[in-house]
Design a protein around this ligand. Sequence first.
Ligand code: FAD
Ligand code: FO1
Length: 479
Amino acid sequence: MSDLILFWHRRDLRIADNAGLSMARDRTRNVVGLFCLDAKILNSDDIADVRVDYLLGSLKALRDRYQAAGSELLIFQDNPTEIIPRFAKAIGASHVFWNWDVEPYAQARDNAMIKALREIGIEVETFWDQLLHTPTDIVSKAKNEPYTVYGPFWKNWISKDKKSPYPTLEGAIGLTSDQQTIAQTHGARPIPSLKELGFVWSGEQVLEPGEIAAQERLDEFATKQIEAYDDDRNYPSQPGTSTLSPALKFGTIGIRNIWKTTLEAMKVCQSDEAKIGVRTWQQELAWREFYQQVMYHFPSLADGPYRDQFKQFPWNDDDRTFEAWCEGRTGYPIVDAAMRQLNETGWMHNRCRMIVASFLTKDLILDWRLGEKYFMQRLVDGDLSANNGGWQWSASSGMDPKPLRIFNPWTQAQKFDKSADYIRQWVPELAKVETKLLLTGELEKSLRDRLGYVKPIVDHAVQQRQFKERYAAQKAAIA
Ligand code: FAD
Ligand code: FO1
């Protein structure tokens, strides 16, 4: 057996600041990367073309990065727990290393992989990489239990020291020509095209795939936008947020590296306002970690509501309103703009994610899981923990202590899209309509008909009353 270490990538598609990869390189120069195109994930109905496009682009970039570091990235396809142990044995690898993930599927897959590898005498080492603090690091002091509320989680999380970035892979050695042949006979293959995998995406990416592009975006955000983030992040027509979410989903950027950048940005702030900008962005990174740690400790969140009131909630069953929501034809301009942004770009501004999620659950009174799935089928950054967390927060079915959160789509638009620029950008048939009409819903029938824009499919005030009645009845029933 050689001292070859295979490093299995999944959602850590980079060679910089990668915990497990850097540990492997500390041990030996013979480090080779693996990625397995997993049929279970790619054939699931939670998949989005745009996300697979970002994944493939990032794999190409990762392959180039491995080559520059002296080694290579091998691509396999199908079931990782069958392919990887067989290949590792055949090639004579001593170890397989990887970084943990919090998702229930990842836990089951990784435990099966550990068992399969150990049975054939291959050693396994796993690391925490994608979070600044592991899910078991941050527990309540009083009860030694995981937090279910963000506020106290944040307080504890921010008080803890955070690691510096790990060194970038360099000076590695790839496979010998004999090992290359073994890899080919075990199914190593070139990175397929999107079409070969059965997906279609011809649009642009909100963030160019790969680690170099993610790093450039981070640098740009940290020098030009972070100080104004606290306010700018609220306006969907402004480029006020980082758009790093696909990079954070697929690990094309390291979280320690991001953190270090925020500390440097904080140091050069010249005003309290600027410091608040940096701090608010750090808080968003902590929301990401909060949702991942609750998913790790409470995996049943992935299957449904956390709160009892919502376990048997009498949601409407109405394909017509659901389709209108999906297609951006609800007659609520801010909702339609947001859904069209999602459908056209694979990304939606956070403020709008909250608006459309509230609209689906509280105005259309449709099960939030329909929206959760639709988001996973459309988002480039679609991530089980953040998406489920966002939807349960919006539906009021999650851990959030505020019992009922209802957004009024008109006041949201008035506050956050004051000049209706965002509405005009994404709903072009409304481009020439007076701002006031777009923000108050006072579009007359004749104008709507002329523009080909629909009448609001529900009345917000009526639906809000209905939702509250159903919620109260549900609460009483379980009391
Ligand atoms: P920035 O404002 O620049 O924030 C930086 C990073 O912090 C983000 O890239 C993201 O990794 C993290 N972050 C920010 N806000 C949140 C949050 N509320 N929860 C968790 N992490 C956060 N985010 C996803 O990454 N994937 C999802 O599938 C997802 N689904 C969502 C569904 C709903 C209903 C809601 C309300 C929010 C959802 N979010 C999701 C959170 C948030 O909307 C996105 O992370 C954010 O819009 C991404 O844009 P950005 O990178 O410019 O964020
Ligand atoms: N991870 C893989 O190891 N192989 C894949 O083919 C793969 C595809 C994929 C597509 C969309 C997406 O959102 C994530 C994807 N991932 C893939 C990463 C996935 O998030 C991790 O493997 C998780 O650990 C699964 O729970």
